[in-house]
Design a protein around this ligand. Structure first.
Ligand code: HEC
Ligand code: HEC
Ligand code: HEC
Length: 125
């Protein structure tokens, strides 16, 4: 017979230890990145919560629409038109790749390969 009195507490202790790095870091994951918001702009192309988690999805969607679908209509933000482009669109506002994109990506250890072909904006010296 199983000894419920030992197995259940044992399981709880095991789960606690096993997941310790997860919950221990939940409130304190090192220094979170502080991407520098573009000066002079209030809004992104989508709500900021969506952008934070899903900007890569939107980029792929734009690429497919522009390249495969030839849907090059501009998107309007605060009455101003922006092209659905990485350089001229996103980077038109987020002009400092190092202080914006790279701050998060370095932290998250992601290296988008986009810059193999697309030019990043020229950094101010
Ligand atoms: C092998 C080279 C290459 C790589 C790598 C690459 N692209 Fe592109 N991308 C292109 C070319 C060529 C076009 C076509 C430009 C045009 O016709 O205006 C394009 C167009 C686009 C467009 C639509 C128009 C524009 O100029 O922005 C988006 C958005 C885009 N790519 C996003 C990405 C993203 C995001 C990544 C990384 C995940 C990426 N690309 C990686 C070559 C590349
Ligand atoms: C019209 C200017 C503009 C364009 C174009 C633009 N952004 Fe933004 N973006 C902003 C602003 C302003 C914020 C901050 C919004 C806020 O805090 O409410 C922002 C926020 C973000 C965030 C969240 C940053 C954070 O602090 O968590 C990401 C990620 C992002 N943008 C990526 C992109 C990408 C990728 C593109 C192209 C697909 C893009 N943006 C196009 C102005 C722009
Ligand atoms: C708020 C933090 C943050 C900002 C700012 C940010 N990114 Fe990201 N980005 C991430 C994270 C985190 C991932 C990895 C997500 C994943 O793997 O699911 C990522 C992934 C990506 C990817 C997919 C890469 C891959 O290999 O899958 C692309 C493309 C990308 N980002 C483009 C950009 C561009 C362009 C900018 C600047 C305009 C930018 N990001 C700004 C956090 C950010």
């Amino acid at each position: 017979m199983y000894d419920k009195g030992k197995i259940i507490p044992g399981l709880i202790i095991f789960l606690g230890l096993f997941t310790f790095p997860l919950w221990y870091n939940a409130g304190n994951a090192g220094n979170p990145p502080k991407p520098e918001k573009p000066a002079g702009y209030q809004k992104c192309v989508r709500p900021v919560e969506y952008m934070r988690t899903s900007h890569m999805v939107l980029l792929n969607q734009w690429r497919d629409e522009v390249i495969r679908g030839d849907e090059r209509e501009m998107i309007m933000i605060d009455g101003k038109p922006y092209p659905k482009k990485l350089q001229a669109g996103c980077m038109g506002c987020h002009a400092d790749k190092k202080k914006f994109c790279d701050r998060c990506h370095t932290y998250a250890s992601v290296k988008p390969y986009c810059w193999d072909c697309h030019f990043p904006p020229k950094e101010k010296m």
